[in-house]
Design a protein. Structure first.
Length: 296
């Protein structure tokens, strides 16, 4: 989906303990730990003649994490995986030196009304393995660690935190957590986190230092940890972060790399259509205009 989504780069505000933007990356903060990109899809209602159809497109140098709240996506890739992604499951695709995938509405839903709502996330790979062989893992919702503490429900979708570890096979120290509460609660979890921390508000609101933050706002902690905040009633937030990668990362389209040369090689490879193909797929997403810049 990332190939048809706009990366919003509006200027961040500095409020209290946080830098505040809409989506990652924004100008003042290109990455949080190893997290390079967050896209909030929907919620959108698709009618019986509207479907998600993202043709084959490539990735390098990252792992993608797809996590749905509503709806369903059929994932197909150049490793010959064909998996339906449903709400609460984790689709974890590691591109490494290169992978191609498509994302479409499953056949059995294409002639009916349906919802689509979820998050798609990019996690940059450490430099020493950014050109590893591609891999794919699909984790059922029942395998995700979940627990409750003082009226707040937690899920550890990926990574390690709170003495727990998700079965999603990450490649650097990180965490991606879901927190939900029905009642107003004060959350103190700074000592359980590490590295850099960010927070995305899905629904409800949080309060910190007299400021209130609402849905679709992304907060990046200035002191590297989200130490304490208040979740209002019926609030869901996602906390993500970890140890920053030591090298700069460059982003062009769906390519993430520590070197512009690696990105240029991937651009040429896609133009020549020499990436591995997705079985059963014949169309593809063209490379953006060559005038597009590499972002850092």
């Amino acid at each position: 989906m990332s190939n048809i989504k706009l990366i919003i780069e509006e200027r961040a505000s500095n409020i209290g303990n946080f830098m505040v933007g809409r989506l990652l990356p924004f100008r003042e903060k290109r990455m949080v730990g190893p997290f390079a990109f967050i896209d909030h899809m929907g919620p959108v209602c698709l009618s019986d003649h509207e479907n998600l159809d993202v043709p084959p497109h490539p990735h390098i140098g990252l792992s993608t994490l797809t996590y749905l709240f509503e709806g369903s996506i059929m994932h197909k890739d150049s490793l010959a995986n064909e998996v339906e992604i449903k709400p609460g499951q984790v689709n974890w695709m590691t591109a490494g030196k290169g992978i191609v995938h498509s994302e479409r509405t499953p056949a059995y839903l294409r002639d009916s009304d349906k919802m689509l709502h979820g998050l798609q996330i990019w996690v940059a790979l450490p430099k020493e393995i950014e050109e590893m062989e591609p891999e794919f893992f699909h984790v059922e919702s029942t395998a995700i660690p979940a627990w409750e503490s003082d009226g707040v429900s937690f899920k550890l979708i990926a990574g390690a935190a709170f003495g727990k570890e998700s079965p999603v096979p990450v490649y650097s120290p990180l965490y991606f957590l879901e927190l939900k509460t029905k009642e107003r609660k004060t959350v103190k979890i700074g000592e359980d986190l590490f590295g850099e921390s960010g927070l995305y508000i899905l629904e409800g609101a949080i309060e910190s230092e007299g400021f209130t933050y609402e849905p679709k706002q992304l907060l990046v902690a200035k002191d590297s940890k989200l130490c304490e905040f208040v979740m209002q009633e019926n609030t869901t937030v996602y906390i993500f972060g970890g140890t920053p990668l030591p090298e700069e990362r460059f982003i062009y389209w769906n390519f993430v790399a520590s070197s512009k040369d690696i990105i240029e090689q991937a651009k040429t490879k896609w133009l020549e259509q020499s990436f591995e193909k997705v079985p059963g797929e014949t169309d593809f997403v063209p490379l953006p205009e060559q005038g597009s810049s590499i972002k850092n």
